[in-house]
Design a protein around this ligand. Structure first.
Ligand SMILES: C[S@@+](CC[C@H](N)C(=O)[O-])C[C@H]1O[C@@H](n2cnc3c(N)ncnc32)[C@H](O)[C@@H]1O
Ligand code: SF4
Length: 393
């Protein structure tokens, strides 16, 4: 049963939403066959030029947002652990000059567990990073090969150990529901992961994304994914095993001990405000009582040229209509175990949800209601898209 989180300022409509800053680093050493994130493999990156461009775009974002208190900063990618320490340091310095960064702000960096990148961990810590999110993906060498990863299981475990020594907070990602993966094999791998985990894990089911190498192989019949029922069983098993060590599914794919939730991602899921800098970064910011959706150019070269010419790489900056704000807030919030406030939905969208729709979904065991809050049940979270279709249509 989700409970109202008293520390969640978005739970009522009176407090300004929390604010985070996202930085996108769009480069990787190689392209993983399953990945459709905005990531590019290039021979050389001029780090000083990139640091300068990111800082310029952040200055532009500051003009849009006005003064705000920064609750969280997130370096995502791509592979931000390919950023030189001096680049991370320069960007964090700029954020601290532009906004008021909370003394206990969460500063996360996504890292890949190759040894070269692990060498930079201490430098990132000195620069101010206090949470690392490691892309482990699997603890089985054959599976890592299938996923096109450049690291071994042994390297991943070493990177986890070093990260635990270096950062106060650590999370790592695994991809499951892989071709041919049995419940027993996943249970073993997950228990091994949990024995090395700190207090947060992101556990994603493998999805086939359009335009990826896996999409082409899948279409040719090169491999199959678990059937829907088997994937649902794996999802339930995941929750049960994570719970054995005190990690609960506070979001569809994210598991944490109470208090160890990723604050930055909570800003998104609680429909807070965030500025996004770097190629393909999104933002949601309140400006003069309106809510803007910002999006920057995706291609690194085009983004860099635009920042050089005009101080920002924005490709779009559009006002979000009230009804759409309500829908967005519901789409994000129902991912969370704590769910969403109906009053906040009403105040954002200017209309109330139809009680008959809520009742229907409750009768089907997909939604629960606790006073002003509704939340998807574990069953409902397995079918979020159709659930939202029925709730918001
Ligand atoms: C931006 S990516 C990772 C960042 C980092 N470059 C890395 O590879 O570890 C964030 C996470 O999304 C997950 N992911 C990406 N594509 C996926 C897919 N098609 N299916 C399941 N998980 C996926 C992976 O676990 C990955 O670590
Ligand atoms: S999964 Fe990570 S390393 Fe692989 S291509 Fe995507 S962003 Fe790059």
């Amino acid at each position: 049963m989700p409970v109202l989180d008293r520390n969640n300022p978005q739970a009522d409509n009176t407090t300004a939403p929390e604010f985070g800053v996202y930085i996108h680093w769009p480069f990787c050493l190689s392209k993983c066959p399953y990945c459709d994130f905005n990531s590019h493999v290039v021979a050389n990156v001029d780090q000083a030029q990139w640091a300068h461009a990111l800082m310029r775009e952040l200055e532009y974002m500051r003009e849009l947002t006005g003064p705000r208190a920064v609750r969280s900063i997130f370096f995502g990618g791509g592979t931000p652990s390919l950023m030189e320490v001096s680049t991370v340091d320069a960007v964090l310095g700029a954020i601290a000059r532009l906004w008021a960064v909370d003394a206990d702000a969460e500063v996360t960096l996504e890292a890949n567990p190759t040894s070269v990148e692990a060498e930079r961990f201490r430098g990132y810590r000195s620069a101010g990073v206090n949470r690392l999110s490691l892309g482990v993906q699997s603890l089985d060498d054959r599976e890592l090969k299938f996923l096109g990863r450049l690291h071994s299981a042994d390297e991943a475990l070493k990177a986890i150990a070093l990260a635990r020594e270096t950062f106060p907070r650590l999370s790592f990602d695994l991809i499951y529901a892989r071709p041919g993966q049995t419940a027993e094999a996943w249970a073993r791998e997950l228990r091994l992961a949990l024995s090395h985990a700190a207090d947060h894990l992101s556990l994603y089911q493998l999805t086939i994304e359009e335009g990826t190498a896996f999409a082409r192989l899948y279409e040719k019949g090169a491999f199959r994914l678990p059937e829907e029922d088997d994937a649902a069983d794996l999802y339930r098993l995941t929750g049960e095993i994570a719970a054995e060590t005190g990690l609960s599914a506070y979001e569809v794919s994210n598991y944490a001990r109470p208090g160890a939730e990723c604050r930055h991602n909570l800003v998104y899921w609680r429909y807070g405000d965030y500025a996004g800098a770097g190629p393909g970064a999104h933002g949601r910011i309140a400006v003069d009582g309106r809510r803007l959706a910002t999006r920057t150019l995706k291609t690194p070269g085009a983004w860099l040229a635009a920042v050089d010419a005009g101080g920002h790489g924005l490709e779009a900056s559009e006002e979000i209509a009230p009804a759409e704000q309500g829908d967005e807030m519901m789409m994000m919030g129902l991912r969370l175990e704590e769910g969403v406030s109906l009053a906040r939905y009403e105040s954002l969208s200017g209309r109330a949800l139809e009680l008959s729709r809520i009742g229907g979904l409750m009768r089907d065991g997909l939604l629960i209601r606790d006073g002003d809050r509704i939340a998807a049940t574990p069953q409902g979270r397995l079918v979020l898209d159709p659930l939202l279709g029925r709730l918001l249509a």
